[in-house]
Design a protein around this ligand. Structure first.
Ligand SMILES: [Zn+2]
Length: 211
């Protein structure tokens, strides 16, 4: 799928079992690729200051490196989603070979944190029909997005453009919990909140937005 701020309608229609927008006219913040020792703590502090609950789509390898950050994410009332064990593209595998990438993550979260993962986001936003047909195997909701901020380009102007032009009442916003966006992530979160207020949009959490 070609990247864009908001994926084309045709893609959303073709893959309509995936969730592209919130179901309750509230905005949902999501952060991909963490946890990361340099970014997760500052993001958590900012979200706490602004009273925003979000979803962290984490990568398995990072979980094992920073388990204490997972504790913090959960204890502050955010949700954790599965973003695979190694952050490899679904499309680079035969579908049966891919199952381990997903199940290993769920198993780890259940064993170590007694946390049952309910959400999944494919790395790089890439998927195919094989994945789509098998996507209910792990009883995970596949959460895509309706607003990719391109924060990983590390240019606040791009993030501002994305939010100003594409934020709407049911947006699922993607940002990144990684070094790529470290320098602009706090300003990006603040700007997202400012634009939400300006457009009179409310912010929700995973439980309310992804029903
Ligand atoms: Zn990712």
């Amino acid at each position: 799928m070609k990247s864009s701020f908001n994926p084309p309608k045709i893609i959303k229609l073709l893959f309509d079992n995936f969730i592209w927008n919130t179901s309750n006219s509230k905005i949902l913040f999501t952060f991909d690729d963490g946890p990361n020792v340099e970014t997760t703590p500052i993001i958590l502090k900012k979200l706490n200051d602004l009273k925003i609950k979000s979803v962290f789509f984490c990568v398995g390898n990072n979980l094992t490196q920073y388990p204490s950050l997972i504790d913090e994410i959960l204890s502050e009332g955010h949700s954790i989603g599965n973003h695979t064990w190694n952050h490899k593209k679904v499309t680079d595998f035969k579908i049966n070979d891919y199952q381990e990438e997903i199940s290993q993550f769920n198993f780890y979260m259940l064993e170590k944190f007694n946390y049952r993962v309910k959400l999944f986001r494919p790395p790089h936003g890439r998927f195919n029909f094989g994945f789509y047909r098998n996507s209910d195997k792990h009883q995970l909701k596949v959460i895509m997005w309706s607003l990719l901020t391109y924060d990983y380009k590390n240019d606040l102007k791009v993030v501002k453009f994305a939010l100003q032009n594409y934020l709407s009442h049911n947006s699922i916003i993607v940002m990144h919990d990684s070094l790529k966006s470290k320098n602009i992530i706090i300003d990006s979160i603040q700007f997202a909140l400012d634009i939400s207020l300006e457009k009179k949009l409310n912010i929700g959490d995973a439980a309310s937005c992804l029903n």
